[in-house]
Design a protein around this ligand. Sequence first.
Ligand SMILES: *Cc1c(COP(=O)(O)O)cnc(C)c1O
Length: 488
Amino acid sequence: MTEPLIYELSRPGRTGVDLPDPDVPLSDLPEEWLREELPLPEVSEVDVVRHYLHLSQMNYAVDRGFYPLGSCTMKYNPKVNEVATRLAGFRNLHPYQPEETVQGALYLVYHLQEWLKEIGGFAGVSLQPSAGAHGELAGVLMMRKYHLDRGDTKRRKILIPDSAHGTNPASTTMSGLEVIEIPSDERGNVDLAALEAAMDDTVVGLMLTNPNTLGLFDEHLEEIADLVHRHGALLYGDGANLNALVGIAKPGEMGFDVMHFNLHKTFSTPHGGGGPGSGPVGCVERLVDYLPGPIAAIEPGSEDHPEGPLYVWKMPAKSIGRVKAFYGNFGVMVRAYTYIRMLGTEGLREVAEHAVLNANYLLARLKETYPLPYDRTCMHEFVLAGPPKDLQEKGIHTMDVAKRLIDYGFHPPTVYFPLIVPEALMIEPTETESKETLDAFAEAMLKIVEEGREDPDLLHNAPHTAPVRRLDEVRAARKPILCYTSLA
Ligand SMILES: *Cc1c(COP(=O)(O)O)cnc(C)c1O
């Protein structure tokens, strides 16, 4: 990093802003709150602008280029979503405002709930949870409460396939239930025999991702749903990535009893860096009373509002309670509402069609060169088993390919996940990319293989063009440097 950081530009007395005279009386803060020794930088306005613009340019973003991070659905987020969120009537709301003063916001929440019910094939939806993992936790707590309310107290286990996202066992463990891992078969489906052997009357439910994290639609979904229900258990759907199904097939009609959506994936709200997100949970009729709340409902025209229905917040009858302060991440809901409204029924269907087409196109371009562990038509994403064998024998691994892609201006795919594929390279192009972009990425992937054959160190030492070279990622996670430290 050659450019000085803002702390190094500080000069005593330099300021970037003149505050207006206060229009409220001044009061003295307690002495002990004033810390003279805080090294706040004293800089001009242009220093601040350059500092933040420079930092933003050191980062990679979906607005800069292709971002095929599998399982994360890094589609383009239309700017009209941002315009809608910034409308004063949405932006300036306060959660303590009386319901009758926020009817527009409640209308939006209500209709987003209705659309997600329609998209998912469910009887009820709550927008409370603020991420996918959070929606999973809510869904698992709903399943647990459902069984307990029926006096069915033996159930303590959640079955989870070995291809699952790490949040599945994490949220289950947080709910106090036990995780039982179910292996996959040689075609990447849930191993039916293993599932059957694990099913008994101590199972709360099966938590299934479909299409799974291999990008494959389980070929025995109906049998799985029957098997789970025959044992009195419930079928949980991890619907974080609905990009292959949206507008085409409804999980609620496939046998799923409860499922979370990720508005920040399928429904185009920006994500990464920890949020904000939104992980609404939907469910079939027999679970609606357990949904977290409050949820938006219609109160039939009352005396005070003879002109029509009044939108209100309601707590479901046997709700697991609140899982979030106030009403969930409202700004994310406005974006998702705008996105769905913009696309309509036809547009949503096209999202799924193009997402699946784009993934299969890339798969077809790469599978002759990169090993493919499950040779099937994929859904919205696919998983390769690292670079070709001859490169792996030379010590070139998935991480080297991923880092070299940065030099070509692409964000790397997801690596080393799902865990059941050694050297996994998980690629999700999304529907928002053109054929030209997909071709450029495929050509870079193929070129990297040639480079690896000629000069393995070119890959081992990549990236060569990024602001920082290869990081010690374990150390960065375990011992992060969170405060500014002088490089000098
Ligand atoms: C992203 C994802 C999750 C978790 O969602 P968060 O919003 O990151 O908590 C869960 N399952 C799958 C399959 C995912 O892709």
